[in-house]
Design a protein. Structure first.
Length: 562
C-alpha cells in the first residue's frame, strides 16, 4: 500500500500526518530518519521509554524497546521510539533531589501525551521501570485513550550478602545500624557493593513492583509479561509479545477506556492490599482514576483492604522478593487466591482479552513454593492498607500494615519541619522509645514534591527503634518502609492543615483499629495556634518546582495537578 492510496484502516490518527501529496514535507523528514513509504503506509505506534543512566531501574529499556518494536513490525505496524525522563527515588532519597520524584510523574505523563498527540500516533507502548514512570504511563494512556499498553522492564535480581538475599532496603537499614554501632564502615560498604547486582527496579514489593502488580489487575498490561525479571532470558520474548499485542489493540481499536472501569480499579486496590503493597499505590491509583474519569476516593482503599486477606509473603513485610514471586507462579497465582477468596471482580477483562478468572485459572504454581499462601490461611485476614482520619488528618492519611505491626501508639511529639532536620536527630540518636516523630512541610505543595522518608524510617529500624516509635508526615513513604508509619496526612502543613500546629511534647495518638489519628490538645488551644499560624515562604519561587507547588492538589485526591 502506498501513501498515495487509501489509508490503512487502522491509521485512524496518523493518516492525517502521512497520507497524500500535501503531506510530502512530513514524509521527507521521516525518510530522513530512515522510514520508507511502506513504513509510513502502516499504523504508527509510539514506543515510549523512560531510559536513563541514573539508576538500574530503567537501564535495560533501550534493549527492550528494540524487542517491542520487533513485535510491532511483525504484527504489521511501524514503531517510532521516543524517550522521556525518570528520577530515581532510591538514589535521591534523603536529599533535596527527592522532591523531584513525584513531580516527575506529571512531567512524564505530560511528555508522553505531548509526543503522542503531536505525532498523531495510532497506538502506544510505554516501557517503564522505576516508581513514578509506571503511574505516569498509565495516566498518559488514560488521557490519550489510544490503543496500547504499559510494559514493565522488570525487577532487579536480589543481591547476596552473607548467604542471604538482600535488597536496597537492607542498605538503607544498614545506615541506622551503623549509627547504632552494630555495623562497621567495611560491612556497610560490602553490603552496598552487592545489593543491586544489575538492571531492574528495586527487588522487594516496593512501589515499582506494587504498581507493576496493579497494572496486571487494572488490565493495562498482559499478566505474565511484566513479572519476568529484568535480566531473565525470557524478558526479550515478553517485550516482543507486548509489541505484537499493541498492534492487535490498534487494529481492533481497543482503548484504555474499555478496560479502566470502576471494577478494574477495585481489582487493582485488592491486589495491592492482598500483597502488602506500597502506600504509594493509593496516591497513584487515585491519580489514574482521575485521568480516566472513574470515581474513586481514599476511603475506597480502606473498605477494600478490610475485606482482603494478605496472600503474598513479600518484602518489606515478608520474606521473599519479586523474583521469588515470579518463580513461584507470578501475579496469576495471586489472582487465583484472591478470586477464590471472592474479593475480585473476576469478569473484568484486560487488554489481552482475558478475564481475571481466566488469568487465575491459568496459573502455574511451582511445587512447594511458599511465596503465595492459600486465601483461607492468609498471612493476615485483612489487607495491607488503612485510612485514618481524626483531628490531625480530617481529609485522611495512609498507614501500611502487613499483619504484624502495632495498631496503637500514643506518645510525645518530636516535631521537625524538614526531613533533613529529622534525620540529623535520628543519626544523633536523639529519638527515644515512645516518641511520635512528626515530619511536616514535606507535602505535595509544601515540599514541594512530597518526599519519601525511607532515609529516616529505615535508619530508625536499623537503630532498633522500629517497634518502639511511630512517625507521621504529610510526605510519603517508600514501598520499602515498614513499622508504624503514617503518611499522606491531609490537609498538609503548608496549606494550614492541623499537622502545622503540633508542638514538641504534644501527645499524638495513632489508633488503627478505630481508624483515627488524633492530637490530644484542647480545641481552644488548637484554634489559638491556628489563628497565629502564617504560611511559610515557598522553598522555590521559580521553575518547575514552583509551577508544581502552585498547581498540585491534595494527597487525599492523588496529588494531581490542575
Amino acid at each position: 500500500m502506498s501513501v498515495y492510496d487509501k489509508s490503512h484502516p487502522a491509521k485512524r490518527h496518523s493518516a492525517a500526518l502521512t497520507d497524500g501529496v500535501d503531506r510530502a514535507p512530513a514524509r521527507a523528514m521521516l525518510k530522513g530518519v530512515g522510514f520508507t513509504d511502506d513504513d509510513l503506509a502502516k499504523p504508527l505506534i509510539g514506543v515510549a521509554t523512560t531510559w536513563i543512566e541514573t539508576m538500574p531501574c530503567n537501564l535495560n529499556q533501550r534493549r527492550l524497546a528494540g524487542y517491542v518494536k520487533q513485535g510491532i513490525r511483525a504484527a504489521g505496524g511501524t514503531p517510532m521510539e521516543f524517550n522521556t525522563i525518570a528520577v530515581s527515588d532510591g538514589v535521591t532519597m534523603g536529599t533535596v533531589g527527592m522532591r523531584a520524584s513525584l513531580i516527575s510523574r506529571e512531567v512524564i505523563a505530560d511528555s508522553i501525551e505531548l509526543v503522542a498527540r503531536g505525532h498523531l500516533f495510532d497506538g502506544i507502548v510505554c516501557v517503564v521501570g522505576c516508581d513514578k514512570t509506571i503511574p505516569a504511563a498509565m495516566m498518559a494512556l488514560a488521557r490519550l485513550d489510544l490503543p496500547g499498553l504499559v510494559f514493565y522492564g522488570g525487577s532487579i535480581a536480589a543481591g547476596r550478602y552473607r548467604d542471604k538475599d538482600v535488597t536496597i532496603q537492607d542498605v538503607f537499614e544498614a545506615v541506622g545500624a551503623h549509627a547504632a554501632g552494630s555495623m562497621t564502615d567495611t560491612e556497610v560498604h560490602a553490603l552496598e557493593s552487592v545489593a543491586c547486582p544489575g538492571a531492574g527496579a528495586c527487588g522487594g514489593h516496593f512501589t515499582a513492583n506494587t504498581m507493576s502488580t496493579a497494572l496486571d489487575f487494572l488490565g493495562l498490561s498482559a499478566p505474565g509479561l511484566n513479572e519476568v525479571p529484568a535480566m531473565h532470558p525470557g524478558k526479550p520474548h515478553a517485550a516482543v509479545a507486548a509489541g505484537e499485542l499493541a498492534m492487535k489493540l490498534v487494529e481492533s481499536d481497543t482503548r484504555p477506556s474499555s478496560v479502566l472501569t470502576r471494577e478494574a480499579f477495585e481489582n487493582a486496590i485488592t491486589a495491592i492490599a492482598g500483597t502488602g503493597g506500597s502506600t504509594n499505590g493509593v496516591l497513584h491509583l487515585l491519580a489514574i482514576a482521575d485521568e480516566a474519569g472513574v470515581e474513586l476516593t481514599i476511603d475506597d482503599f480502606d473498605t477494600i483492604s478490610e475485606r482482603t486477606p494478605i496472600v503474598a509473603d513479600i518484602k518489606p513485610g515478608g520474606r521473599y522478593v519479586a523474583t521469588d514471586l515470579f518463580e513461584a507462579g507470578g501475579s496469576a497465582l495471586v489472582a487465583r487466591e484472591l478470586v477464590r477468596a471472592g474479593v475480585m471482580h473476576e469478569n473484568a477483562r484486560g487488554v489481552d482479552g482475558r478475564t481475571l478468572r481466566q488469568v487465575a485459572d491459568g496459573a502455574h504454581e511451582k511445587p512447594g513454593q511458599k511465596v503465595v499462601v492459600s486465601w483461607d490461611n492468609p498471612l493476615s485476614p485483612t489487607g495491607g492498607l488503612a485510612i485514618l482520619r481524626g483531628n490531625l488528618s480530617p481529609d485522611g492519611c495512609v498507614v501500611k500494615l502487613a499483619g504484624h505491626e502495632r495498631l496503637h501508639h500514643s506518645g510525645p511529639a518530636r516535631v521537625f519541619d524538614s526531613e533533613e532536620d529529622c534525620f540529623a536527630a535520628v543519626k544523633a540518636r536523639a529519638i527515644v522509645p515512645g516518641d511520635v516523630v512528626v515530619i511536616r512541610y514535606e507535602g505535595p505543595a509544601g515540599g514541594p514534591g512530597m518526599r519519601e522518608m525511607l532515609h529516616v524510617t529505615a535508619s530508625l529500624v536499623g537503630e532498633g527503634l522500629g517497634d518502639e516509635v511511630a512517625l507521621i508526615t504529610d510526605g510519603r513513604f517508600s514501598g520499602a518502609t515498614h513499622g508504624l508509619m503514617v503518611g499522606h496526612v491531609a490537609p498538609e502543613a503548608f496549606r494550614g492543615g492541623p499537622i502545622a500546629h503540633i508542638r514538641d511534647g504534644d501527645t499524638i495518638t495513632i489508633d488503627v483499629a478505630k481508624r483515627e489519628l488524633n492530637h490530644d490538645v484542647p480545641e481552644d488551644e488548637l484554634a489559638r495556634r491556628a489563628a497565629e499560624w502564617k504560611q511559610p515562604e515557598p522553598r522555590y519561587k521559580r521553575g518547575v518546582f514552583a509551577k508544581y507547588a502552585n498547581a498540585v492538589g491534595s494527597a487525599a485526591e492523588g496529588a494531581v495537578t490542575r
